[in-house]
Ligand binder design. Structure first.
Ligand code: ATP
Length: 252
């Protein structure tokens, strides 16, 4: 497992992420389909040079400002996010004072409970999902289930690796959506008010750092950061970065 991966291996971060996901599947946190989603993400990450491009750094900062200004921010978590970044998810939830809600495309109550327990073990104060008591209008399937104390009444939802359909429907409910997705062309990215085209393993620490830095900022100052952010430009910049073929950061 991860211990066998030498730090100087050019793809160490990516290999460790794979190990975390495989362990997540073995522990019942992550669906097998989650491995395929990770593979799709890796392909985009490779083409982006496995680095945070400038527009994604700006997006992470605007996202942090948006969560700090929100009345009811919520962080939506699936089996991939829980397996890849439980520590950072909890740290961010604390930094912006947001509950975490477990939302699964391949939903089973058992997996919701396992992820809830796993995040609690990592120190999460509030994890919603068990006993979801509302549904997202216009969405078929179990993925429409949400919690009234969480996503259903949230004004801002952070959705890393969301299913595109759900992201579109949440947008239609008038919520401000922050999406972390390496694919700038995905329906989730396109639906987002703030698309962060970056690996969540890099985006979460950036958001936490920005939140700490802006914790005392006045609402006007936060508002100006959000105002200056341009979602179309961020998506276009990611598409350009992918098309440029500049993967200088990768040597293997
Ligand atoms: P659409 O939003 O167009 O409907 P999808 O929901 O069908 O796409 P999936 O196959 O579910 O997409 O893949 C999940 C998405 O998550 C992919 O777009 C992939 O790029 C992205 N992704 C996977 N792993 C990561 C990661 N670690 N960080 C950020 N994004 C990731």
């Amino acid at each position: 497992m991860g211990d066998d991966i030498p730090d100087d291996h050019p793809r160490a971060a990516s290999l460790r992420a794979r190990d975390r996901l495989v362990a997540g599947v073995e522990a019942g946190l992550t669906s097998q389909q989650g491995l395929i989603a990770q593979g799709r993400g890796e392909a985009f990450d490779y083409l982006l040079g496995e680095r945070t491009i400038d527009s994604a750094a700006l997006a992470a900062e605007a996202a942090a400002a948006t969560m700090l200004l929100a009345d009811h921010p919520v962080i939506s978590v699936n089996g991939n996010v829980a397996a890849l970044a439980p520590e950072a998810t909890v740290e961010l939830a604390r930094a912006v004072n947001a509950p975490i809600e477990v939302n699964l495309f391949h939903r089973s109550e058992e997996r919701v409970e396992l992820i809830t327990e796993y995040l609690r073990e990592h120190g999460a104060p509030t994890v919603l999902g068990v006993g979801a008591d509302e549904t997202i209008p216009g969405l078929s399937h179990d993925r429409s289930k949400v919690h009234s104390a969480g996503i259903f009444n949230a004004d801002v939802v952070l959705i890393p690796l969301e299913d595109g359909d759900r992201a579109e429907t949440l947008g239609a409910m008038g919520k401000t959506e922050i999406v972390i997705d390496l694919n700038p062309l995905s329906r989730s990215s396109v639906a987002a008010s703030i698309p962060i085209c970056d690996n969540l393993l890099r985006a979460f620490p950036r958001m936490i750092e920005a939140t700490d830095r802006m914790a005392e900022a006045a609402p006007d100052e936060l508002g100006a950061i959000i105002e200056a952010f341009d979602a179309d430009h961020a998506r276009d910049a990611a598409i350009q970065a992918i098309r440029s073929g500049d993967i200088a950061g990768i040597s293997d």
